[in-house]
Design a protein around this ligand. Sequence first.
Ligand SMILES: [Zn+2]
Length: 273
Amino acid sequence: MMGAHHAATGAAAWVAVAGTGPFMLGLYPVSDSGLLVGTIVCAGAALLPDADHHSGTISNSLPPLSKVVTRAISRASGGHRHGTHGLLAIGAGSGLATLAGLIGIQTETYGRVAIGAGVLSLLLVAYAAKALRITADGTWLRSWLLAIALATFVTLYAPYEWEWLPVAVGLGVAVHIAGDMLTTGGVPLLWPWTPRPPRWWSRTNILNDIWQPSGWMGLPVLGNAGSRREWAFAIPVSAYATYGFIVGIIGIVHSFTTDPAVTDAFSSLWPLV
Ligand SMILES: [Zn+2]
């Protein structure tokens, strides 16, 4: 599946799982800002499994930090489309995000500042921006500015609700793996164990698409990566993610304008206007 489509499915998955509005499941309900920030973080996390490829889009998203991270992931996971595309990667992603959430410092002005969560979201925001073509190869300054702005928001906001970060990262990784399973090629789902099917299975059409002779697994109903079918799938998914994003923004604006502190400030200004 293409990078932008991975990002869209990640964002849509967060809206479905964490949103509580119409057409959302609310399985893991979060606040409006959690919905908004989580959508971006989950879109980035849905690209994380492809950060195992040092010459890929992701590795150039936030140079030089993204290159270093990509090299490390590639080494730890045994190369492209191996360890990062198995069920273990979902646990590893959530575990890493949990550890990141524990790293913080106590400050006088802002209370606890979640540095670990901030650095992790810095990368994830940069991944999402690159895949969605908000940034490009030559725009490293824009990549850094955008990533820093959003990551600062997450860092200051995370101390109150940081538990959602491991959920968003795990969900994003899971959605990526599911997305790659829908296109030809499949994934080593049980990595590092890749059992191969018996010979009769490998000779049977359709069955050998699901459990391939190489031991990789999939359900390639969307055909090749980037196919028309993949686009037809990605368009409504992207529309749904955008809808969730807008619901999050409306919710934030609404709670801001009905906040007693804000309305009091406005009413005290009113006689002056
Ligand atoms: Zn992939």
